[in-house]
Design a binder for this molecule. Structure first.
Ligand code: TXA
Ligand code: MG
Length: 315
């Protein structure tokens, strides 16, 4: 399959109408989209990414009225979060309508819904005239793509089209909050933090898997965000065990950078979050073997960053 590159959201949307799959930018990471009401197109997403069939997709909408087509009545928790955080980097899990095919939700009776704020994403979604299901546009298990070039690296020849945009602003995937129960559950951290959610609904809690329980968010049980290199989370002032073919990323300059083949010092935690997935990819291109990531304080976007680097270190 030839993958068409375009800067035109209307041209990209034509591939969706024809039953194809299209990668597009959002403010978090690039997504790989299909028409939510076209099961054959959705199947192509799972095939192109090698994504496990039990990992549900997020539905992306251009306007609030589209939520009624795919989710049952909005409860007051969901309505409050939508009022505060849409459009933006928050996905809300709701009960789905029967119109949504089960392949989209991996057989769950709920659906994650998000309205991206990035202008070109909104233009594309509007032109599609249907909600678009989209996971991150990477091969399953790889770091999420924050540039169209990273999408092409993984998926060129496997998808119909890439809508080219800028490098993504936030660089980490959206926050996911389950609003199907009485108490909102934070399933995945992102730039909308637990503190942000609690400021709207104080009862909101972070979900943690209890022993022997099936995880609420199936994505949590899959390998994620991992470069081929080994990832090590370290404190400021550590001394690397094996500086050979090693890289470092953090806020503070390491004690000794003499041994490092590749070093990135970030100006802020936000910059660190924005850079991490592309840094991982660049380390793989350079055949780095060990990536040292400086730990940061577990608050705000730092919590999401620590979640991603900790997961990467567990692979
Ligand atoms: O920022 C983002 O969220 C990006 C952009 C493209 O929107 N998308 C993204 O999708 O990161 P993906 O598929 O890579 O991650 C979706 C996460 C997974 O962990 C999945 O298990 C969870 O959201 N999820 C989706 N639908 C769910 C549902 N109905 N119930 C629980 N978790 C759900
Ligand atoms: Mg993903």
């Amino acid at each position: 399959m030839k993958t068409v590159l375009t800067d035109d959201p209307y041209k990209a949307a034509e591939f969706i109408s024809a039953g194809g799959i299209v990668a597009f930018p959002t403010e978090t990471v690039y997504g790989l989209g299909a028409d939510i009401f076209n099961p054959a197109a959705i199947k192509k997403i799972f095939d192109a990414k090698d994504r496990p069939a039990d990992n549900p997709l997020i539905a992306h909408v251009a306007e609030l009225s589209q939520i009624n087509e795919i989710a049952m009545e909005l409860n007051d928790r969901a309505a409050k979060f939508i009022e505060e955080f849409f459009p933006g980097a928050l996905t809300i899990v709701l009960r789905k309508t029967t119109a949504v095919p089960l392949i989209a939700t991996a057989n769950l009776d709920s659906i994650g819904v998000r309205m991206p704020s990035l202008t070109i994403a909104n233009s594309f979604l509007r032109a599609c005239k249907t909600p678009i299901v989209a996971p991150s546009a990477n091969l399953s298990g790889k770091p999420s793509p924050t540039t169209w070039q990273a999408v092409a690296e993984d998926l060129d020849g496997r998808i119909d089209c890439i809508l080219r945009g800028e490098a993504t602003d936030i660089g980490l995937e959206s926050t996911v909050v389950d609003c199907t129960g009485e108490v909102p559950l934070l399933l995945r951290s992102g730039s909308v933090s637990l503190e942000d959610l609690k400021s709207i609904i104080p009862e909101t809690i972070a979900y943690s898997i209890k022993d022997g329980e099936k995880p609420k968010s199936p994505g949590l049980r899959h390998k994620h965000y991992a470069p081929a290199a080994k990832v090590l989370v370290v404190e400021k002032n550590f001394v690397p065990a094996s500086p050979d073919r090693a890289a470092y990323i953090g806020l503070d300059r390491p004690n000794t950078d003499a041994g490092f083949d590749y070093v990135k010092i970030c100006g802020s935690v936000g910059d660190y979050a924005h850079s991490i997935f592309e840094f991982f990819r660049e380390c793989d291109r350079r055949q780095i073997q060990n990536i040292y990531c400086e730990s940061v304080s577990n608050t705000a976007i730092g919590a999401a960053l620590m979640d991603r680097i900790t997961r990467a270190s567990e692979n």
